[in-house]
Design a protein around this ligand. Structure first.
Ligand SMILES: Cc1cc2nc3c(=O)[nH]c(=O)nc-3n(C[C@H](O)[C@H](O)[C@H](O)COP(=O)(O)OP(=O)(O)OC[C@H]3O[C@@H](n4cnc5c(N)ncnc54)[C@H](O)[C@@H]3O)c2cc1C
Length: 367
């Protein structure tokens, strides 16, 4: 008999939810992570008393009441509502595009006036079959919004001008004809009081966790410890990249402590001009209505990904989709291993979806 029922590789959200459920079902679990901390990419660390989102800003939002109730066991959520603003050469616009944005842009007051303005600009552009992302965006929202709020930002995100990006990247641009700056349409939204790390710590309460352990470096030894493995690392790395490496878009953060209590007045400010090299500045304290004397900001730079970099966003193109399908066949045929989470399934998953999937896999597995 082995020492553990499950070896869970990755102390991120997927691994923590699975471990919590397995422990509840009386299973013996060991969670390992190659990093020196739990919580994976939702890790928050205290700096000057402020919870800093080290791997990018994370706002919990869901329409799934069961998932909301589930996470609420582990943390109390505050009333944070994501309302980013766009800074275009010092002009400030509300996001997502809504009546506040249109009023600032054109001085229009009613939804009918805003719709008429957009329609007029679309008609003037006269684009019937968009050939690239620029034409697609103009045909959806007109020239002004494209020029000030889409062009520079999207170009920076993809590392190429919009005229060189395919039209299909934006099928639609969310436009709202109400004075509502709430970015998400979700029923439930907030940030866990005290940060995400404390929430994951509660999920892992009573579960053995070993940090700084790279599963792939010690696979043979570690496999001897447990009957089954739940693997939430990169699926291509598991198979030694034998079919090739899956590609990602990466993000680079420059984080700085500033000797001021309020730098930008909002948690998220997008820089939508092409000249500013970063895409956004996150001011972490505003996620939790912080009143600390100092502040911490992170400038976000979109970056090409190369092997060894932190993988952030899977690239959902045909080439990578086909390659993942091949890895998925290998994963399905791997005895005693469950592949899960954003890296194990090469999928962009919001936190609520990761919880949903981990719960459903755990339910089947532990039945
Ligand atoms: C920039 C960014 C912003 C985001 N913002 C939001 C948001 O606002 N709202 C939202 O709902 N979602 C957001 N997400 C999605 C969110 O980050 C994911 O849903 C969540 O992190 C997925 O959890 P996971 O457990 O699958 O993966 P991870 O958190 O990546 O956990 C996997 C863990 O496995 C470990 N690991 C990998 N390989 C090994 C190995 N060989 N040995 C040991 N350990 C290993 C890693 O170190 C890691 O800790 C965002 C994602 C990104 C990239």
């Amino acid at each position: 008999m082995k020492q553990y029922d499950y070896l869970i590789v990755g102390a991120g959200l997927y691994g923590a939810v699975f471990a919590h459920e397995a422990k509840k079902a009386g299973k013996r679990c060991l969670v390992i992570d190659k990093r020196d901390h739990i919580a994976g990419n939702i890790y928050t660390e205290p700096v000057e008393g402020i919870n800093v989102h080290r791997y990018g800003a994370h706002i919990f939002h869901t329409n799934n009441k069961a998932v909301w109730q589930y996470v609420s066991q582990f943390a109390e959520f505050n009333r944070y509502t994501n309302s980013p603003v766009a800074n275009y050469h010092g002009e400030i616009y509300n996001m997502p595009f809504n009546m506040n944005t249109f009023n600032k842009m054109w001085g229009v007051v009613t939804p009918a006036e805003a719709k008429a303005k957009i329609e007029q600009q679309k008609a003037e552009a006269g684009i019937t079959e968009p050939k690239n992302l620029e034409e697609q965006a103009i045909s959806l929202v007109g020239t002004d919004i494209y020029e000030k709020l889409v062009k520079g930002y999207t170009g920076k995100q993809w590392g190429r001008p919009c005229t060189e990006l395919p039209a299909f990247i934006i099928k639609r641009l969310p436009v709202r004809f109400t004075y509502d700056n709430n970015y998400f349409n979700a029923l439930y939204q907030g940030i866990p009081n005290g940060g995400y790390t404390a929430m994951v710590e509660k999920m892992l309460d009573g579960v053995e966790v070993r940090l700084n352990v790279d599963y792939l470096a010690e696979k043979e030894q570690l496999d001897k410890l447990a009957d089954k493995v739940v693997y939430t690392g990169p699926v291509d790395a598991y198979f030694g990249y034998k079919l090739g490496a899956l590609q990602y878009r990466s993000v680079r953060f420059e984080t700085e402590v500033l000797d001021t209590d309020n730098y930008q007045g909002n948690a998220v400010v997008n820089y939508t001009d092409a000249e500013t090299p970063y895409t956004r500045i996150i001011e972490h304290k505003h996620f939790e209505f912080g009143t600390q004397p100092k502040t911490v900001i992170s400038r976000e730079y979109s970056a090409e990904w190369k092997k060894g970099d932190e993988p952030y966003y899977p690239v959902n193109d045909e080439k990578n989709g086909a390659l993942y399908a091949e890895y998925k066949k290998l994963a399905d045929a791997e005895p005693g291993v469950i592949f899960g989470g954003r890296l194990g399934e090469y999928k962009y998953y919001d936190m609520d979806k990761v919880i949903e999937v981990a719960l459903s896999v755990a339910e089947k597995e532990l039945a």
